[in-house]
Design a protein around this ligand. Structure first.
Ligand SMILES: Nc1nc2c(c(=O)[nH]1)N[C@H]1C(S)=C(S)[C@@H](COP(=O)(O)OP(=O)(O)OC[C@H]3O[C@@H](n4cnc5c(=O)[nH]c(N)nc54)[C@H](O)[C@@H]3O)O[C@H]1N2
Ligand SMILES: Nc1nc2c(c(=O)[nH]1)N[C@H]1C(S)=C(S)[C@@H](COP(=O)(O)OP(=O)(O)OC[C@H]3O[C@@H](n4cnc5c(=O)[nH]c(N)nc54)[C@H](O)[C@@H]3O)O[C@H]1N2
Ligand code: SF4
Ligand SMILES: [Mo]
Length: 862
């Protein structure tokens, strides 16, 4: 690097959640330094722990660096020729509906637009669906029913301007941390009332004035009861279509919420008592077999009171993925067309077809995700291209989906990573550039379009997704229509099409940017859509005009339906943890993120645990007719009785028995096709393990045992293991695990059934294994810290010497501060607030994601 020129920070956007934070990324010798962009309107300089740790995830570890065909390295020409040829031949023989694309809300808008153009305009089938089907489909359908368009009316600042904010089925503290921080700051400043509606007591409840632990799935009943009260209290302020029917349904709704009369009354008072109410909702609403009805039950209350599209008011569906919103704009779902146009509307189809000069416009909606994989299973789909998503893990019926993909005639997977549960099943693997290497745009939850910019060269031979898809389009015979050479050209084309859509009445119109060139695109600052001669940014619907034929909003009569039952006693709730992103292909690379929660777990209410004979820290076997998982039990009254919770992040790569999708049925919402991902019914029993073990290793470890969960460390890897039969020879096992020919040093205590082994090569600790009848009671952070050092046999003690501190389980990932350190500081320095902990230790002062846990530790120390 030139000594004279300091590297300048590059403005880009975080690739994780839908908050869409601006980042300043500065290239350094070894990678990138990351800081929040103070000028980005979404975060104004803040970042959460996942965003801050991005620098640790951009190395070459695990990357797919070349195309691969049937497991061998191939060159691009060969791989692309094969994909184009197989797709063309399949279409020629079996018709356009015999092929499918399954894509992702993590693609950039440019990637997404090109994929849709190829499929819907040129291949002539709408069999392109996206993981947003698992995520936002019910919100999209609910918006369209109520507003006539898929429009998010409000802005982030509405959460700051509101007097009451209701969070329904949203763990904002962990899943949209910077938006949560903005809300927490507003509450601090102006006393905003916060209500959390969630069967589980989540970290978000930390700032809740009221937590409603409602019966799972009872949200439509709750909002119908609210609507009935709105009517009784004379708060109806507008006359949308369908009002009478919606009110009749609300008044007829019995109370199935399971809430106390007092809590219910407090909710109604807080909601009706302030005009400025924002109701935020997320996957606790969408991922249900009546998710669309739940969305409309919420929107009904805002429409009836006219609390929509004005400062501090409105329903607010927060998007999960960084470009979930962009995907909706380009028509990423199989039942939509680009620019919020309708595939079922002939004039919309004609307009898009004419603009694209499309030889074969898809004439009807394609298959939705669950049905798409069923069609893969039964052979109707013979060629499948999966881009930027890991369905072998994240789909419901995950085992069945993995089997279907494995049985498909021709499977192409485009990913950044070489080894995922889905890449394993591909005939052709295409290496994609990832965050930091890609160049394009994303849209966040408040409709703000921001640039992701390239900050480093592509890894190996990786190529941008849009370039790969366009090249396939050209090789399939459509040279001119897929001839772009720069992402700005793709963006400009999309913007031009949005102008035509705007003329047809679409809300999504960014035609001001139709003439954008490369330099302007490069310099583009974040902006809100729409952006056209008609309208610029701002909120929607405050003027009472909607996109329905009558111009009025529509209220829906909602008859609440309980979730579909099942033969098993427990209803399994699923969701996210603070420091991991989905199937962990990237967050799993960061030691800082890996240790907050390093194993797949089951949050179980104490009464359930007692009845099942399960103690905290034991392993539980969770089963139903379609799958099985083994999970670490966390006994906590955060879970509702009968309603345990498990995280979605573990995979065949990290914890083969921790794949939760294997237990989730393929039941879908009849309107949106979104699967019910939070209500599998399951049976739970203790997992009978003969031994438990913990290991650290400087080299990647071989997998061992009937249960194993691995995580990356600063100097290697760790694994928790358990098995139902004893291996014949533990020393042999250790050699295999650590890939070492050096015989291990052994310490055993037969009376307690404890065995400890260490492998030392050239005076360095390369591996240690701790075996016990129960989960080994040792300090994991201490043992991990000794790895690679010359501490030798000392590791076998499993704990620091009494004069050395043991930090304990990771709480503050930014500064690497453990629970023991914090508890000790609370005790010795008599700390009474999160702020004081921050002053004393630094914990909680950077991203703030651990502040709820700091409050828990303060309470525990009381
Ligand atoms: N750390 C982290 N952040 C993320 C992600 C990640 O993987 N990790 N993923 C991103 C993505 S793609 C998404 S979609 C979002 C998801 O963001 P969220 O929707 O906030 O996250 P989840 O944990 O899936 O589910 C939210 C809550 O729904 C509750 N819930 C379950 N059933 C019900 C019910 O019947 N009613 C109600 N009211 N609540 C219920 C669960 O208990 C859970 O706390 O997060 C985004 N942000
Ligand atoms: N039970 C249950 N299941 C769920 C959910 C739940 O709450 N409960 N949530 C659902 C939701 S909301 C979502 S959004 C899904 C998420 O599920 P997935 O989309 O399957 O999860 P990811 O791990 O984000 O997968 C992204 C893949 O793309 C790769 N990748 C990253 N960047 C790029 C890129 O630029 N180009 C390409 N080609 N590849 C890239 C990554 O390595 C990874 O393999 O899970 C769903 N499944
Ligand atoms: S809140 Fe965190 S994960 Fe979400 S965009 Fe901001 S930094 Fe990224
Ligand atoms: Mo999502």
């Amino acid at each position: 690097m030139n000594m004279l020129s300091q590297p300048r920070p590059i403005r880009t956007t975080c690739p994780y959640c839908g908050v869409g934070c601006g980042i300043l990324a500065t290239p350094t010798e070894g990678g990138l330094t990351i800081a929040g962009d103070p000028d980005h309107p979404a975060n104004k300089g803040r970042l959460c722990v996942k965003g801050s740790a991005l620098g640790e995830t951009v190395g070459l570890a695990g990357r797919l660096l070349t195309p691969r065909i049937h497991g061998r390295d191939a060159n691009w020409d060969e791989a692309l020729a094969m994909v184009a040829d197989r797709f063309s031949r399949t279409i020629a023989e079996h018709g356009p509906d015999s092929v499918a694309l399954y894509v992702s809300g993590q693609l950039l808008t440019e990637d997404y637009y090109v994929a849709n153009k190829l499929m819907k305009g040129f291949i002539g089938s709408a069999n392109i669906d996206t993981n947003s089907r698992l995520c936002m489909a019910s919100s999209v359908a609910g918006h369209k029913r109520a507003f006539g368009s898929d429009t998010v009316p409000g802005l982030y600042e509405d959460l700051e301007l509101a007097d009451t904010v209701v969070l329904v089925g949203s763990n904002l503290a962990w899943c949209h941390p910077v938006l949560y921080q903005r809300l927490a700051a507003a509450r601090e400043a102006r006393g905003t009332k916060v209500i959390v509606v969630d069967p589980r007591r989540t970290a978000t409840c930390d700032i809740a004035d009221l937590h409603l632990p409602l019966a799972p799935g009872a949200d439509a009943a709750l909002f119908n009861l609210l609507l009935a009260q709105i009517d009784r209290r004379g708060l109806i302020a507008t006359q949308p279509d369908g009002m009478a029917e919606a009110l009749a349904a609300a008044h007829a709704t019995p109370d199935t919420t399971g809430l106390s009369a007092q809590d219910l009354a407090a909710f109604v008072d807080m909601w009706t008592g302030n005009e400025r109410v924002v109701t935020v909702y997320s996957q606790g609403i969408n991922q249900s077999d009546s998710g669309t009805d739940k969305v409309n039950a919420i929107i009904n209350c805002h429409l009836a009171t006219g609390r929509i599209g004005r400062a501090g008011m409105g329903p607010f569906s927060v998007t999960g993925q960084p470009n979930a919103m962009g995907g909706r704009e380009v028509g990423g779902l199989s039942n939509m067309l680009a620019c919020h146009l309708d595939i079922e509307n002939a004039s919309h189809r004609d307009a898009v077809g004419a603009f694209w000069q499309a030889p074969r416009m898809a004439a009807r909606p394609g298959l939705k995700a669950v049905d798409m994989f069923r069609a893969v299973e039964d052979g109707r789909i013979k060629a499948l291209w999966i881009i930027c998503t890991n369905p072998a893990v994240s789909m419901p019926e995950a085992d069945r989906v993995a089997k279907a993909i494995a049985g498909c005639d021709f499977v192409v997977v485009s990913d950044m990573m070489a080894q995922t549960d889905t890449t394993r099943l591909a005939h052709v693997l295409l290496p994609a550039t990832g965050w930091g290497e890609k160049d394009g745009t994303v849209t966040n939850s408040e409709r703000r379009i921001s640039r992701q910019r390239r900050t480093m060269p592509p890894a190996g031979q990786a190529r941008d997704d849009w370039r790969i898809i366009a090249e396939i389009g050209r090789r399939m015979g459509w040279q001119d229509s897929f001839g772009w050479t720069h992402p700005a050209q793709v963006f400009a084309e999309h913007a031009a099409l949005s102008g035509i859509a705007g003329d047809l009445g679409s809300d999504f119109d960014i035609s001001d940017l139709a003439g954008i060139g490369a330099a302007e695109y490069e310099a583009m600052a974040p902006f809100l859509w729409p952006q056209s001669a008609r309208r610029k940014g701002g909120r929607f619907f405050g003027d009472g005009r909607f996109h329905t034929p009558s111009g009025k909003a529509r209220m829906l009569p909602i008859v609440p339906r309980p979730p579909t039952g099942g033969p098993h006693p427990f209803r399994l709730n699923t969701g996210r943890v603070r420091d991991h992103w989905h199937t962990m292909t990237r967050t799993g690379l960061s030691p800082r993120l890996a240790l907050h929660l390093s194993e797949p777990f089951l949050e179980l209410h104490p009464s359930d645990a007692a009845q099942l004979g399960l103690l905290d820290g034991a392993l539980a076997q969770v089963t139903n007719t379609q799958g099985r998982a083994v999970l670490r039990v966390n006994v906590t009254d955060r879970a509702r009785p009968g309603h345990p919770f498990a995280p979605i992040h573990w995979t065949g790569q990290t914890a083969p028995t921790g794949r939760i999708g294997a237990l989730v049925p393929g039941d879908v919402d009849p309107v949106s096709g979104q699967p019910a991902l939070k209500s599998a019914t399951v049976a739970i029993a203790p997992f009978a393990a003969k031994w438990h073990a913990f290991a650290v290793s400087a080299r990647p470890m071989a997998r061992f045992g009937d249960y194993s969960a691995s995580a990356v460390l600063a100097k290697g890897w760790q694994a928790e293991m358990a098995g139902s039969s004893q291996p014949a020879d533990w020393a042999r096992t250790a050699e295999g695990l650590f890939g070492s020919a050096v015989p291990p040093l052994v310490m055993r205590d037969d009376r307690r059934g404890i065995l400890r082994l260490a492998v030392i090569e050239d005076d360095r600790l390369v591996g240690a294994l701790f075996v016990a009848p129960e989960r080994p009671d040792i300090s994991r952070s201490h043992v991990a810290a000794l790895l690679g050092g010359d501490g030798g046999l000392g590791v076998l003690a499993g704990r620091p010497a009494s004069d050395m501190p043991d930090g304990g389980a990771m709480v503050c990932a930014c500064f690497g501060i453990g629970a023991n350190t914090i508890l000790q500081a609370i005790a010795t320095q008599k700390l009474v607030s999160v702020e004081q902990i921050g002053k004393a230790l630094g914990a909680g002062t950077n991203c703030g994601s651990c502040r709820p846990e700091l409050r828990d530790l303060l309470a525990a120390a009381d």
